[in-house]
Design a protein around this ligand. Structure first.
Ligand SMILES: Nc1ncnc2c1ncn2[C@@H]1O[C@H](COP(=O)(O)OP(=O)(O)O)[C@@H](O)[C@H]1O
Ligand SMILES: [Mg+2]
Length: 272
């Protein structure tokens, strides 16, 4: 059974802006998908549709095989955790512990279960010791981790992350990537305009610009200059360097994605 299925989704805002047009995407459980595209491409809109917060103008959404309708939207939302781009839209209780407990409380879980889940989520999100802090006073990166803990505590099988690494310093970005990498078995969709984050965290990439321009592996995308240009995406430095080297050297090799792969190519050239 698919985790998320979008069938001919259109989304038009009240002022007439057509943000999505005929989007068809199927995501299986456990898949990690990066949604990339320029500003205004419709990434956030699409995540809102996937989370059942927005009703599509046309088309159908299925979550774990169940069509989402007005009647079933609330139930579908429980299966989907949504990390907003701005943690200030998400973190609002006076204490970190209460903020993380907010979702489980709403799910009407028992006090022991709530305690257990909140403790676990706080640990996973790397904010142990922050329980009594005021979320509002934390740094951007810390608030982001509080928001992540809140989502983890709900144990939704699907996670939607909107620009999770935006506005984080390099260490904060690294910490967040490590946290997200450690999630086992979750279906993840992350929107980003940063291909290196996408490449680190996802095994499939969807390029969006109102419509789906590309859906597949990273390797295939590296060879699609037309799509990269249309979506104004910049290759991360390793593939960019190696592509330049491929042109300069006139040699034939698939563009490497990682430092290890790049070293492999360079070493085989030294040997030959
Ligand atoms: N609340 C809104 N009302 C009207 N237009 C909107 C609204 N939110 C976004 N848009 C428009 O929809 C398009 C897609 O926006 P968005 O989904 O935020 O793109 P992205 O997240 O890829 O930057 C843009 O043209 C944007 O201006
Ligand atoms: Mg956005």
């Amino acid at each position: 059974m698919d985790a998320i299925k979008l069938n001919g989704i259109d989304f038009t805002y009240d002022d007439g802006v057509k943000a999505l047009q005929d989007v068809n995407i199927t995501i299986v459980p456990g898949e990690r998908v990066a949604l990339v595209g320029p500003n205004g491409a419709g990434k956030s809109t699409l995540l809102h549709v996937m989370s059942s917060l927005y009703r599509p103008t046309a088309g159908q959404l299925e979550i774990f095989g169940e069509e989402v309708t007005q009647r079933t939207a609330e139930k579908a939302r429980l299966k989907v955790g949504f990390l907003f781009q701005d943690p200030d839209d998400q973190v609002f209780m006076p204490r970190v512990w209460d903020d993380v407990a907010f979702g489980p409380l709403n799910m009407r879980l028992g006090p022991d279960e709530i305690k257990h889940r909140v403790g676990e989520a706080i640990e996973l999100a790397g904010i142990t010791g922050y329980e009594d802090r005021v979320p509002h006073h934390l740094s951007f990166g810390e608030k982001k981790r509080v928001a992540i803990a809140g989502i983890l505590a709900m144990r939704s099988p699907i996670l939607l992350l909107d620009e999770p690494t935006a506005n984080l310093d390099p260490q904060g970005r690294r910490d967040l990537v490590n946290i997200l990498e450690s999630f086992q078995g979750k279906t993840m969709v992350l929107a980003t305009h940063d291909l290196s984050v996408a490449f680190e965290l996802a095994d499939r990439v969807i390029v969006l610009k109102r419509k789906v321009l590309y859906d597949g592996g990273f390797r295939g995308l590296l060879e699609r200059r037309d799509i990269l240009a249309e979506a104004r995406l910049e290759l991360p430095s390793i593939p960019r360097l190696m592509e330049a080297w491929r042109i300069r050297s006139g040699k034939e090799f698939p563009i490497p994605l990682t430092i290890d792969e790049a070293l492999g190519v360079l070493e085989s050239e030294i040997d030959s």
